[in-house]
Design a protein around this ligand. Sequence first.
Ligand code: ADP
Ligand code: ZN
Length: 727
Amino acid sequence: MPVNPSPRRVRVLVPLALPDPYDYALPDGMEAGPGAFVVVPLGAQRLIGVVWGEGEGELGFDPKRLKAVIEVMDAPPMSDVLRQFIDWMAQYTFNTRGQVLRLAMRAPAALEPQRLRVAYRLTDKRPQRMTPARERVVEHVGDGFLRTIREIADEAGVSDGVVRGLVEAGALSPVEMPADADFPAIEFEAHGQALSDEQQAAADILSARVTARKYAAVLLDGVTGSGKTEVYFEAVAEALRAGRQALILLPEIALTSQFLTRFEARFGVKPAEWHSELSTRERARVWRGIAEGRARVVVGARSALFLPFADLGLIVVDEEHEAAFKQDEGVNYHARDMAVVRASLGQFPIVLSSATPSLETVVNVEQGRYERVALTERHGVAEMPDISAIDMRSDPPERGQWLAPKLVAEITKAFAAGEQSMLFLNRRGYAPLTLCRTCGHRIECPQCSAWLVEHRFRKELVCHHCGYVAPVPKACPSCEAEDSLVACGPGVERIAEEVIARFPEARVAVLSSDALRGPQSHEDAFGAISAREIDIIIGTQIVAKGHHFPWLTVVGVVDADLGLENGDLRAAERTFQLLQQVAGRAGRGERRGRVYLQTYMPDHSVMRALMAGDRDAFLAREAEARERVKLPPFGRLAGVVVSSENAGLATSFARTMARGAPAADDVAVLGPAPAPLAMLRGRTRLRFLVKAGRNVNIQAYMEAWLGPMKVPGAVRVSVDIDPYSFL
Ligand code: ADP
Ligand code: ZN
């Protein structure tokens, strides 16, 4: 199509690593307002992009060379708020806008014309010849519901031919309808629990924030089992009452059928779900339902933050302290923090819920940026469990075993009383290290600087970083000694082996991300536990979160010191949170829970805080320690990883970068140093850590430093603002 000399122009952002939208001509007769999804040419490709605004200013080249928008998609335009959010997030996380846009375009099928199917309805015409089979069909379809030929035939118990005959005779007429099921209406008034006074007071505050239709950030701070979910469900109901939508963000791991069932118990129907396991088609259905406002509540993992809500009125971030909200690949972002930004741009409240809030959030409360609503009691008769330490130095397990006699005795008692026990060890597989007794060789991943983990059940050695898999060799790969390899240390499979040997009559379940594949097996496993078909549960962090098992009374933490080994700045905080969550699984019913921490450091501040139940004192000490050295949240950090398959190139380019780091007030660039995970998937990795004062614009610093850098093709430089992983 010829483009006239001064065409109407639009700026279109495409989901590629590009910082800015490009100008395109809008052919006569085509309308594409801000936010419209459009197809545009880019080089030899055709891409779907989003209209970011009108073209403005001088083009800088001959307008005749301006390419034209090819097509406008039939989909609701992306809202101003979502576009502002993408701009904001790109700037903050130091990514291009195109990369962030890509996160919001994860359901391309939703932009295609809606799939339709043909259904049939009864007309007034009747064929001259009626048979009993035809009579049955007429009777059946008489209720006015639309059905396909197949459905009519099945339900009326006749052949397809009978139905087709009626279509030909004009007794049934075709109607087109969407192929995908619509979202059922939510019964938000129907099934609320009677709340305790404390719960009601909390729910009232949250609901008032929803009604105010203004930004507010509220920490819902309640001990495990205090009914936080019931309380924030009331805020969700309030958003629905106001005709708006609500988003509940969960760490992926907590997205279980148990949660969905609870939601259904409260609201009469299941919510829309959004997570990585949805099929393409379901993704499209949900995306479209959200954009058109038909899907009213979404429960999702962090990527749900980028959904095109028609009228979002509330976000709840459950287990807000969870590290799983931080994405460490591609676009690095913290979904909790970005959710706060989205709430503020959209002018609605956000609820951060946790029994063990992050230090970041606690400091935000102390400094008045967030409001705090507390729940101090467990619901009903349940009391907080007793937590005690088992000193592994004075009360060690027998040789070759992992459970101390004291813990074994407690499990024995619980088992005899018909109660459940849970053993927690945050390590998948059988053993974290395989060692040769003859030469001392340790079996490592060929592509990563990490040991291979034995998975005895699968008879394999696995790299937990890159997924590399090898059979367990018969002979040592280094000295070739036969039968000389020994498994060192325990993973959950090894604990299971010990438990099965000690309690041959007990029904045992091992829960780790290896054992559970897909939501159905989650459902089965958690269902079996709830139904008391399991006596002893052995699990990784998958069992730590959210679950409510009223018959679980004894929790044993096999290695309470495990998380403290890695030296990162949140090691103590995270260990405290994780163990507190695990402990919170015990004693949620009528019987009091008992928690045992196997530790070599019973005097460590984390263990003492857990035993004393003194979270606030622990957090206060953590805050003090971090403030002293100006670490987050009292200072800013950015991580930079330089990597290449060519080790020499990675090192030399990292040095070049170090020389190019500009001097600035209150900014220190530490490194480069080999990353703790010095090799990953065959790439050599070096790290910088940028440490800056709280008031430094760290993004501007990164731009000044990295903007002018010419990064060689074989080198990757990835930036992580507010890093949580230092590997
Ligand atoms: P939290 O999220 O704070 O750990 P939950 O919301 O999971 O706590 O509540 C713990 C258990 O107590 C759940 O089984 C929940 O259904 C029940 N519960 C909480 N509040 C009430 C209430 N007001 N009425 C009935 N059951 C409640
Ligand atoms: Zn590997």
